[in-house]
Design a binder for this molecule. Structure first.
Ligand code: PMP
Length: 752
């Protein structure tokens, strides 16, 4: 740390103009006269003009400056310029002997005079200029990423790391309210950010790229980056804070927050921020402003006018930061808002969504805020094992899928009217996973399972020219008008569409149910266009009628002239633990396959896989295009999910974990468990005489999330992300069994 005395001292023994001109002529060979001086906190900075009107800027360092520091600043500028030549960095010109500075009578550097104007008021910058500013700061940071110099470990009082010295200097702020703002900002940083500081990305940064050191032309384009005098090795966000302090200096309210957000848009277009960096940025910015006003208050002498010129802006910023709702401030920096209280959210949910939306799961609503793998963390910081959600098939927030989506979003998001390899490759890959002789050779992308099933229905009606559909008793296939009609699970009251018939899933190879359903349909004048089957019967209570049954069912469906649709929206992507697609292990021979939910691990993407000839029947009637479907982002998500499933051997893993779970549950011999059944990591536990909703709530209380299913809701549905570990499986089993035990109660148990 540079001694305080040095910094606070006057720039002693300033050189006179003639001496400056003489030394520049001697050392750099530039023969000019001093025409003007710039304000500077520590150094002497002057403009020289020669007889041709050529201008140079000369910087005479403060006597306390060291050779190492001047060398550092020069090398950093040269480095940045070489890495990113487009950046208009002011680079010190060589002396006659090729050095980047002269040594006598002081350390002296000479620069080209860059065009443009410094010291713009941040509030006068347009938002597009603010964005460009953010981009320039990020580019300079990126250019300096690989730069190393031992002197970069220097510290001055301007650096965030010097805040404890600053805290000791706040007594110089005479005005108590202002002093309170400063100490509050410093205290808050200690509470919220100091412990995180060491884990932030750090490197050599300019650390003072304020509007004083940025030259702008009349169109607000950046034409100069000057003064590496504060360059140091510190957290990247210290660099951002310095610039933000300048942008926000005299802005207020919503304008201030918009400017911050837009600046970061520019910055993150080049250099994305990590969540922890976003988290501590506001408090770092407040410390930057606190440092500015504290140093100014400690320099009451007239030579410090330059310092005092920042006072108004820094005070304004400190006041604004303190007065802004922390949630609004955090949001401007891209930090998710902290959720409101559960009671508030419940009331708002009801008011804004209305009653048709499915109710919340669990008696005590869950408010998850983040997830990782198989765990979810709620707004109280409590961790749960998520043994329910099949969408995050490769685990919540899988880093590779998240990165694929983010990277592709940053690159391009368009649609299938443009040629792009992503969707084509994905479609080819999906086709290659279909059984060899199935003829399933064509893929159509959609955005949801409902849309996929809907399109399958359209294809089936186009191919057959028929109107009837056959589904299982308690099937669920979607929310569109067509698929809601195919979803008896959602039918309310007596409503039952005339063109749909249902059949019960038998325990073994018995096709009477489906045969009779077709018969009833035909009697009503609707010949079957399609039979829809979720091969794992998730909404019917998770059933396993066996592959013989499925072969017969396929024959019956085909003989009736219907197309068979395997709805893999629930059970696809490895959940069954035998193949990627559950219909294969189930022995079904579908004509259409629908994919959805897990396909993008949370990113909306779905598909229909069918035969070319069938889809041509539809194309005789209509063109098909859906805006987002199969766009580069959706395709990136889905391809990456397939990659992860393959790389992490998740199908095999699912088989092993499913077996372990089933063994643990059925081995308990609990009186209330009628049957444990399912495939892979879709396990149903049919209960007898116990209210499953009580079991769900008990398990949730114990930190395990499960659901229930079936026409009587008497089947526990355990369906975790496939990446669940053996220990987590054991924990799930233990908790579920204990929850069943508690839900049953001692008395109930004795009576059985
Ligand atoms: N088919 C099945 C078997 C499903 O389980 C679902 C959703 N639960 C759908 C279709 C509809 O998918 P989405 O909710 O994505 O529209």
């Amino acid at each position: 740390m540079r001694p305080l005395a040095d910094l606070l001292a006057d720039p002693v023994c300033a050189l006179d103009d003639d001496s400056i001109a003489a030394v520049v002529a001697k050392e750099f060979g530039f023969h000019g006269v001093v025409r003007a001086h710039f304000d500077s906190e520590r150094d002497q900075t002057a403009v020289l003009v020669d007889e041709h009107g050529d201008e140079r800027v000369v910087k005479v360092s403060h006597p306390a400056a060291t050779v190492e520091e001047v060398d550092l600043e020069g090398r950093a500028a040269v480095w940045a310029q070489q890495v990113d030549p487009v950046l208009p960095v002011a680079v010190p010109l060589p002396t006659r002997t090729g050095d980047r500075y002269a040594r006598t009578p002081r350390l002296i550097r000479l620069y080209q005079r860059l065009p443009g104007q410094a010291s713009r008021d941040g509030a006068t910058l347009s938002l597009s200029a603010v964005k460009n500013y953010g981009t320039a700061v990020a580019r300079l940071g990126r250019a300096l990423r690989g730069f190393f110099h031992p002197a970069a470990q220097r510290r001055s009082l301007w650096h965030i790391e010097a805040r404890s010295q600053i805290a000791a200097m706040t007594g110089a702020i005479a005005e108590p309210v202002g002093r309170g703002l400063v100490t509050a900002a410093l205290d808050r940083f200690e509470r919220t950010a100091a412990h995180r500081w060491p884990e932030l990305r750090a490197q050599a940064v300019h650390a003072d790229l304020t509007l004083d050191n940025l030259l702008l032309d009349s169109a607000d384009s950046i034409c100069g980056i000057i003064d590496f005098g504060d360059l140091t090795h510190t957290a990247l966000i210290a660099d951002i804070a310095a610039a933000l302090a300048s942008v926000g200096a005299t802005r207020t309210g919503a304008d201030l927050l918009s400017a911050f957000a837009v600046f970061l848009d520019g910055y993150t277009a080049v250099c994305p921020l990590e969540p922890v960096e976003r988290l501590v940025l506001a408090d770092t910015l407040a410390v930057r402003a606190a440092i500015t006003v504290t140093l100014s208050a400690n320099r009451r002498d007239s030579d410090a006018d330059y310092l005092h010129s920042w006072d108004a802006g820094a005070w304004s910023l400190l006041g604004e930061l303190a007065a802004t709702d922390p949630d609004d401030l955090a949001a401007a920096f891209g930090v998710p808002r902290t959720s409101a209280s559960t009671a508030q959210l419940l009331a708002r949910r009801q008011a804004v969504f209305g009653s048709v939306l499915a109710p919340l799961t669990y008696g005590q609503p869950l408010t998850p805020v983040r997830g990782s793998g198989v765990t979810l963390v709620d707004s109280d910081g409590r961790t749960y094992i998520d043994a329910y959600n099949n969408v995050p098939v490769v685990g919540h927030a899988h880093p590779r899928v998240a990165a694929a989506v983010a990277d592709q979003t940053r690159l391009l998001s368009t649609n299938l009217r443009y040629l792009h390899p992503r969707a084509i490759e994905l479609a080819e890959r999906l086709v290659s996973t279909m059984p060899a002789n199935s003829g399933l050779d064509t893929v159509l992308f959609l955005n949801s399972g409902s849309e996929a099933t809907d399109l399958a229905w359209r294809i089936a009606t186009a191919v057959t020219g028929r109107t009837g559909a056959v589904v299982t008793d308690f099937a669920y296939h979607g929310v569109t008008t067509a698929t809601a009609a195919l979803s008896p699970e959602q039918w309310r009251g007596d409503w039952a569409p005339d063109h749909v018939e249902r059949f019960s899933v038998p325990r073994g190879p018995d096709t009477r149910g489906i045969t009779e359903a077709i018969g009833r349909l035909v009697t009503r004048g609707h010949h079957p266009a399609a039979v829809f089957v979720d091969p794992t019967y998730t909404s019917d209570g998770i059933l396993v009628p066996g592959s013989r049954y499925h072969r017969q069912l396929s024959t019956v469906a085909h003989r009736s002239g219907a197309l068979l649709v395997a709805d893999e929206v629930q059970a696809g992507f490895g959940r069954s633990g035998d193949h990627l697609w559950s219909f294969i292990g189930a022995g079904l021979q579908p004509d259409l396959v629908t994919l959805g939910k897990p396909m993008g691990n949370g990113h909306p993407v779905a598909a229909v896989i069918c035969r070319r000839a069938d889809v041509e029947e539809l194309s005789a009637q209509t063109e098909f295009f859906s805006t987002y479907a199969g766009g580069p982002v959706a395709a990136a998500a889905a391809s990456t999910v397939l990659d992860v499933i393959a790389d992490e051997r998740l199908v095999e893993h699912t088989a092993a974990m499913g077996e372990l779970l089933s063994d643990q549950l059925s081995g308990s011999g609990h009186w209330a468990i009628r049957e444990v059944r399912g495939r892979g990591l879709l396990v149903g536990v049919e209960l007898d005489g116990i209210d499953t909703s009580v079991v769900l709530d008990e398990a949730r209380r114990a930190g395990v999330l499960i659901g229930c299913t079936g026409p009587r809701s008497d089947v526990l549905k355990i369906r975790p992300p496939l990446v669940i570990t053996p220990d987590q499986i054991k924990r799930v089993a233990t908790v579920v069994l204990a929850a069943i035990e508690r839900a049953g109660g001692e008395d109930h148990r004795r009576n059985k």
